[in-house]
Write a protein that binds this ligand. Structure first.
Ligand code: PGA
Length: 233
């Protein structure tokens, strides 16, 4: 069974996010018959309200966080607040948010310190980042889960997906590289970038894939449901 992360980006205003959750709470539980986990990542403004409204079986994640716990950092959001809200996950290093490799490493550290599971996005040109994350995790006595989302830049929002056999090799390589260095790590590998009900069945051939990070396909519940059902049949 797979993990579906719903990255709503800034595609829903507050009012619409709340309505969506109120309308689809029961539907989401129904989808859990087919999935291991659903993690909803709304924008910061609606995180706390959604956490209160959504069924406890559905997990909540943030789309980013500050690398600092608190201080004079205008516009940033602290992991301490995410923790207070009850966020269990946080996306880090998405290509639509601006980050240096050092920022990403600092964000991962502050999340781990506060027991929030990072969903680390890696694009095709960030193999250096993957190596430095492996080193960081070796140095950090990690007891938490780690999610890696492989998201090629060209695939995000474009309707294009990688050749499945090539993607399968990349997913295997990422998993093997990390597990070689950290054999006991509870590692989950996701794919993100233009996943849609029209192409989701192609991904069934990738054995080591644990789930998906969905952008556009996560916004409309019927589209999401169709995507989940086609993958699960
Ligand atoms: P997309 O977005 O599914 O709309 O391509 C995925 C992502 O950016 O995480």
């Amino acid at each position: 069974m797979s993990i579906f992360v719903l990255n709503w980006k800034m595609q829903k205003r507050y009012k619409d996010s709340i309505l969506w959750i109120k309308e689809h709470n029961a539907d989401l539980i129904e989808l859990l018959n087919y999935l291991e986990k659903i993690i909803i990542c709304p924008s910061f403004d609606s995180l706390a309200s959604i956490k209160e409204l959504v069924d406890l079986k559905i997990d909540i994640g943030a789309q980013d966080c500050s690398e600092f716990e608190f201080g004079a950092y205008t516009g940033q959001v602290s992991v301490l607040s995410l923790k207070d809200i009850g966020c269990k996950y946080c996306i880090v290093g998405h290509s639509e948010s601006i980050n240096s490799n050092n920022n990403i490493k600092d964000k991962i550290l502050v999340l781990l310190k506060n027991s929030i599971i990072p969903i680390i996005c890696i694009s095709e040109n960030r193999s250096d980042l993957l190596n430095s994350i492996i080193n960081l995790l070796i140095n950090y006595n990690l007891k938490s889960e780690i999610y890696i989302a492989y998201e090629p830049l060209y695939a995000i929002g474009s309707g294009l997906i990688p050749v499945i056999s090539e993607l399968s090799t990349i997913i295997n390589d990422i998993k093997n590289n990390i597990l070689k260095a950290l054999p006991n790590l509870d590692l989950r590998i996701l794919y993100g970038g233009s996943v849609h009900y029209k192409n989701i069945e192609l991904f069934k051939d990738i054995k080591n894939l644990d789930g998906f990070l969905l952008g556009n396909s996560s916004l409309d519940f019927q589209l999401l449901k169709k995507t989940v059902l086609l993958f699960s049949r």
